[in-house]
Design a binder for this molecule. Structure first.
Ligand code: FNR
Length: 181
């Protein structure tokens, strides 16, 4: 089974990128987890660019998602919502009409924030956007990593409880993907 990971932050020291990098080791056996290119590799959505031809990085990202059994999105919350870069990536991906990559795609959401709510509000906005793309988002268990600055250090999860919690969610996601297959 193959999963691809989309990260909503492009910051070098990103807590969410650290969580994304930890996923391959926390995923169940027989699951290969790879990170997609940065959302910063895509231009800002522009209908004129689209009319001139879908940008290569959009087509490539779409093909990677289409070829995967599951999509994992790990994102911060910006102003109670989805970061613009991630929304932009989803907007581009939604414009791929042939073999729409997110349609029916088993999808998992995680978020991390130094705040107390762990990015919960962004998760619910993200779920709303994913309805438009007809993605098959797993509801439970949810992973919202609060106080991320205490649980992630030097780009690694240092809190065992957090790692165990994420591992349980990934095991549930594997079962979810198998159920939908
Ligand atoms: C934030 N941050 C933030 N955190 C949160 O829990 N709720 C929020 O609404 C916001 N809003 C917000 C807006 C903007 C523009 C920025 C730059 C930041 C704080 C955010 O969680 C923090 O910067 C994280 O470290 C960002 O995630 P990464 O880059 O560490 O993955």
């Amino acid at each position: 089974m193959k999963w691809v990971v989309l990260v909503g932050s492009v910051r070098r020291g990103s807590y969410n990128a650290a969580v994304a990098r930890a996923l391959p080791a926390l995923a169940p056996e027989a699951v290969a987890v790879t990170l997609l290119p940065s959302v910063a590799s895509l231009p800002i959505y522009d209908g004129d660019i689209e009319a001139a031809g879908m940008p290569g990085p959009v087509t490539a990202m779409g093909a990677e998602i289409a070829g995967a059994d599951g999509l994992v999105i790990v994102t911060p919350e910006y102003n109670y919502s989805v970061p613009g870069g991630l929304k932009n990536a989803l907007d581009w991906l939604s414009r791929i009409k042939e073999r729409q990559p997110l349609k029916g795609k088993p999808t998992l959401i995680l978020s991390a924030s130094p705040g107390a709510l762990g990015g919960a509000r962004a998760q619910y906005h993200l779920r709303q956007v994913l309805v438009a793309l007809d993605a098959a988002v797993m509801n439970m268990p949810e992973v919202m990593i609060s106080q991320a600055h205490k649980k992630i250090e030097d780009g690694r999860i240092i809190d065992e409880g957090t790692s165990a919690f994420v591992g349980k969610q990934l095991a549930a996601f594997k079962a979810f993907v198998e159920k939908l297959a």
